[in-house]
Design a protein around this ligand. Structure first.
Ligand code: COA
Ligand code: AMP
Length: 629
């Protein structure tokens, strides 16, 4: 534990020397002038004056070090019955050509490119291709509906959109092109071009003049070399849910990101060049950005791109097959995936027959690891199961445990210790005073945050300051609540805002409410998260109808569910809504979502003193009870 203590203290006392040492693992064109620039707080910058190329570090550098023939990417797709392997040499060839396509379409350093793609190697290659020429990518998860995609296109203003004809969800083919066309139609900002990868499962119709066939373009493209970019230049924008319906465009830089992620592979995950690492997530989420694409490749490891589910593709042994077939050392996934496997195979019958002795550890994130999931997976796999807590904003873990440094004994329910660089404090939500050990409060981190964390919100410095930096001056407000025990272990207790976590996916109840309110019969609504055995939480809606509506309640509920599906996306898993006469509100008219959520989740609650009419709560209780029966 001494090693951790020394490292942690050093990272807080002398962050510049700590991170400049880590930065030696990265290839730079120009060394930085200043490791940490705090002259314009809270907009601090890491490695000011330095220049590098992230794609060079993730691909070309390994070839120069003699790893050209090592597998860089293994694409394992049970839904198409395909396994493809790309060495670093092959990856470089494809990425350079895709970068060439972008250049031919006029994309220059600093331009933005939206990537709307399923889990195929071309998605990862597109991200690296952007990084190669200094373009800023913004990947949008395939499970979002056209409107959500449109909001992101509108904000990111891409010159080019890279997409594919379809995604495959189990046995379903999800056509991407109609969603893309609709999104472009909805957005005021239109891309100049779209490049569409035609998958054999479905052919997309291309619009003359705007759309291009990927393979044709790539075949004739000139390979593009890596260009130097400033360490402080944006590498990508990744939109994530905020408390309102408008998502936040988290901006990541190049230099700090490369340094922190490479450091994390070694110390947190215990991964060296040549190891095989698998993050079973999607490139549309931050886990996919950091741990499917950038971190494993920066470390010279082999990364797995898995296009499938934990269950039913074809069975609950799917994860164990991938581990044994590709010699996976570390698996990173969300607890919900493990719960899905456990539900279908509680006795681990599908586990028998696979040799997973290559597996060193299982890392979990995206939601709290509940003790049941922890015990079950630890007993089944016989390896350390490590919960670690992080967010899109931070890009890597704030609290976790180590496989590349001494591992702390695990306390189920805790994500363990703050990672180097994170000066974590528990604050009283009202006064901002620090809370004593064992007491719950909001989790805040002293700024500056370490390298690899976000540098601002795209086109919105003001929202960056207002949402994160102004609430508790001098601290980054995480939006999560929790406590630290007497041994310094951190326990994450959930969000303090209107964000819910559905199957490890962060979703805004605000965006669902906006969709619900688009129904003509709905006057008011509240969407809250209800605990769910499989997905952690699922949204439920409470609707107040306008008077004189002549549709049946069932009709309205099913249309509202369809509205959320088509406006937010199927990933919201919005499947339940109830009609109520009134919503509980404060005297100033604010809907008491927190109290409603306590009622729905059978948490003992006290009636807020600000409530306008406490009888409404009885009605909500009755409706919830009725739903649960
Ligand atoms: N494109 C289009 N639709 C998608 C999609 C995508 N990329 N991903 C999910 N969807 C759809 C699903 O088909 C489903 O649609 P349906 O309502 O028609 O069935 C809906 O969105 C909900 O999907 P999902 O949350 O995946 O639920 P599921 O019931 O299909 O599967 C789990 C449940 C637990 C197996 C699944 O959620 C899972 O694997 N979770 C792991 C999550 C994860 O890796 N998170 C990353 C953070 S580390
Ligand atoms: P995202 O930005 O999508 O990664 O979601 C981040 C949010 O997910 C956090 O603010 C937490 O609420 C939740 N979360 C992620 N990892 C964990 C974890 N290990 N334990 C508890 N909550 C988590």
């Amino acid at each position: 534990m001494e090693e951790y203590k020394k490292m942690y203290e050093k990272s807080l006392e002398d962050p510049e020397s700590f991170w400049s040492r880590a930065a030696k693992d990265i290839e730079w064109y120009e060394r930085w002038d200043k490791v940490l620039d705090t002259s314009n707080m809270p907009f601090y910058r890491w490695f000011e004056g330095g220049s590098l190329n992230t794609c060079y570090n993730a691909v070309d550098a390994h070839i120069e070090k003699g790893r050209g023939d090592q597998n860089a990417v293994i694409y394992d797709s049970p839904v198409t019955d395909t396994i493809e392997k790309y060495t670093f040499n092959e990856l470089k060839e494809r990425v350079s050509k895709i970068a060439g396509v972008l250049k031919e379409l006029g994309v220059q350093k600093g331009d933005t490119v939206v990537i709307y793609m399923p889990m195929i190697p071309e998605a990862l290659m597109s991200m690296l291709a952007c990084a190669r020429i200094g373009a800023i990518h913004s990947v949008v998860f395939g499970g979002f509906a056209a409107k959500e995609l449109a909001i992101r296109i509108e904000d990111a203003e891409p010159k080019v959109i890279l997409s594919a004809s379809c995604g495959i969800e189990g046995k379903k083919i999800i056509e991407y092109k109609p969603l893309l066309d609709k999104a472009i139609e909805l957005s005021d900002n239109k891309p100049e071009s779209c490049v569409v990868y035609q998958r054999e499962q479905c052919e997309a119709e291309l619009k003359e003049g705007r759309d291009h066939d990927w393979e044709e373009m790539e075949k004739k493209a000139e390979p593009a070399p890596c260009v130097p970019v400033n360490a402080t230049d944006p590498l990508y924008i990744l939109y994530t849910s905020g408390t309102t319906g408008t998502p936040k465009g988290v901006v990541r830089d190049n230099g700090g990101h490369a340094v922190a992620l490479k450091w994390s592979m070694k110390y947190i995950y215990g991964i060296e060049a040549g190891d095989v690492y698998w993050a079973a997530s999607d490139v549309g989420w931050v886990v996919g950005h950091s741990y499917i694409v950038y971190a494993p490749l920066l470390a010279g490891a082999t990364t797995i791109m898995y296009e499938g589910k934990p269950v039913r593709t074809p069975d609950p042994g799917a994860f164990w097959r991938v581990i044994s077939e590709h010699n996976v050392k570390v698996l990173f996934t969300a607890p919900t995936a493990i719960r899905a496997i456990k539900r279908e195979d509680p006795d681990g019958e599908y586990f028998e027959g696979y040799d997973v002795s290559c597996l060193d550890s299982l890392f979990l994130a995206g939601e709290r690891t509940d003790p049941d999931t922890y015990e079950w997976s630890k007993d089944l796999l016989g390896v350390p199961v490590i919960d670690h807590w992080w967010q899109t904003e931070t890009g890597w873990s704030i609290v976790g445990n180590f496989r590349g440094l001494e591992q702390f004994p695990i306390k189920p329910g805790s994500a363990t210790k703050p990672m180097p660089g994170h000066d974590l404090r528990i604050l009283d939500p009202g006064t901002g005073e620090e809370m004593p050990p064992g007491e719950n409060g909001v989790i805040a981190i002293k700024i500056p945050l370490p390298p690899g964390t976000f540098i601002t919100l795209w086109n919105n410095d003001k929202r960056f300051e207002e949402s994160y930096m102004e609430l508790y001056p001098g601290y980054y407000f995480t939006g999560d609540a929790g406590y630290v025990d007497e041994d310094g272990y951190v326990f994450i207790m959930g969000r303090v805002d209107d964000i819910i976590n559905v199957a490890g996916h962060r979703l805004s109840t605000g965006s669902m409410e906006e969709a619900v309110l688009n129904h003509d019969a709905v006057a008011e609504c509240a969407v809250i998260g209800m605990n769910d055995d499989l997905k952690g939480e699922v949204p439920i809606g409470f609707l107040v109808l306008k008077s004189g509506v002549d549709q049946t309640e069932d009709e309205i509920v099913s249309e509202v569910i369809q509205l959320v599906r088509s406006e937010v996306g199927p990933i919201a898993s919005f499947k339940k809504a109830m009609i109520v006469d009134r919503l509980p509100k404060t005297r100033s008219g604010k809907i008491l979502r927190g109290t409603m959520s306590e009622i729905a989740n059978d948490v003992e609650y006290s009636v807020p003193s600000t409530i306008a009419d406490k009888e409404v709560l009885d009605e909500i209780e009755k409706v919830v009870d009725g739903m649960k029966k």
